[in-house]
Design a protein. Structure first.
Length: 131
């Protein structure tokens, strides 16, 4: 199984459920999730016709696509819904990948520093930390 190095984000389907680990991928232009995670986080989903070319350079069809919606918390514990737009899922993905490029379209600042990682949204000055 692949192992992510570097920053990771924790996504919450709601504040009472366990978090879902996700790696931030600077080389991807799409969010790509496991099927299990997609079932939990997609607001709605449909069959996808997208072909994904990974490191093996072989096109593989995504199983489903849907609207990826997360709940994030700021440092005061306030919850915010974050709609990350369209995401894709497939069976053989070893981990959940969030596209750094897609995230930057939605937030004004993505800050990575040891023990101080956060998103700064366009709509507010509240920081949503990542773990």
């Amino acid at each position: 199984a692949a192992r992510a190095e570097g920053p990771t984000a924790q996504a919450f389907t709601n504040l009472k459920s366990p978090s879902v680990p996700m790696a931030v991928d600077s080389g991807s232009n799409i969010h790509l999730l496991t099927l299990e995670t997609a079932r939990r986080l997609f607001r709605e989903h449909r069959t996808s016709n997208l072909k994904i070319i990974g490191v093996s350079n072989v096109p593989v069809a995504a199983s489903v696509e849907g609207q990826l919606c997360l709940s994030v918390q700021d440092i005061m514990g306030r919850a915010y819904n974050l709609d990350l737009g369209k995401a894709f899922a497939m069976k053989d993905v070893p981990m959940n990948l969030l596209s750094f490029r897609q995230i930057l379209k939605l937030v004004s600042v993505v800050h990575f520093e040891s023990n101080n990682c956060y998103l700064l949204a366009h709509f507010s000055s509240c920081r949503a930390p990542s773990k």
